[in-house]
Design a protein around this ligand. Sequence first.
Ligand SMILES: [Zn+2]
Length: 136
Amino acid sequence: MIGAVHTIVGAAVGTLTASKPRAFLVGVLSHLITDAVPHKDCSPAAEVSLLGAALSGIAAWKGVDSPEFWGAVGGIIPDVEHGLAFTRLMSAQRKVFPTHVGNGKYHGRKTRDRWSQLIVTAASILVLIASDRRRS
Ligand SMILES: [Zn+2]
């Protein structure tokens, strides 16, 4: 899944908690589910750009001291090992996150379209908007 989508989904599940540590944990768990959805990834340069925009947007919208931000961090943190492997700071064989190991055994199949990611992103943004309305 595109890193920005992991981040937005993590923020959405994080908003369902009242605690930053729980938000981080459910963000990490959301990574398992979103990786399992069939999807198409972007180039590394596009991934980093979109991720920066998503994380900055969540920080600006909800604040860095919010469950949403920490859910977003939890949502993307498993993919740090992709970055470490890509930059050759770590061997790809040393990855440990369940959806990243075993030749993609638990990873969603690669597909040509991005609809799954657009739908997941839209649903997550709606959850974040609804959480704003619930609190006001
Ligand atoms: Zn992943």
